[in-house]
Write a protein that binds this ligand. Sequence first.
Ligand code: MN
Length: 240
Amino acid sequence: MADIDALLADLVTASRILAHEGICDAFGHISVRNPDDPSRFFLARAIAPELVTRDDILQFELDGTAVDDDRKPFLERFIHGTLMQARPDIQSVVHSHSRGVIPFGVTGTPIRPLLHSCGVLGTDVPVWDANDAFGDTNLLISSNEMGADFARTLGGARAALMRGHGSTVVGRSIREAVYSAVYLDVNAQLQAAAMQIGTVKYLTDGEISLIQSRLADAKPDEGYDRAWQYWARRADASRA
Ligand code: MN
């Protein structure tokens, strides 16, 4: 049996990190799959990420049905279950409206990693447009049908943008998902700045592959752990 208490403590910390690092504001959310039952996941009730505590976390079936809990869930909970349904490798999902990525979702200019820390994003960050399959909507993923369509656009990628709305990032752990969400926005901001100056030289496919291998081989306290420790301390310090 997994240590669910420790996992949910990390989910609370992750919510606070994403708020403190500016990835989430009043909106956005992070989930984690139940390691003891891969057909379920944990996600907070509808509440600003900065405010999430252990008591706010609900468990859901992959179709977005809450398990024995009638508190108000996030409308966009379908993002989490549909991606976990489509991709058994996904253990954690971050959905946000972080501002740096928005220009890339509406212009057709793709996000491409240009900084070593952003190699985690991989070579392809696709863009999903709700209008393509669903016409005019309020842009939110509010059903399993929309979530499944978004999952097809994400494919095997680490992150995908949602046109006029935000982005969603997946990881094989909470820490990998948080790291990827932070550096997706960092890359977007730096790419927009670099494109103002001149022609951008992006990471090569080979560089991205080597960066990802190094992260995969990281020992405890390296890589994702080191970033996590730093961000968790900053998020805690902001509450003192
Ligand atoms: Mn949203």
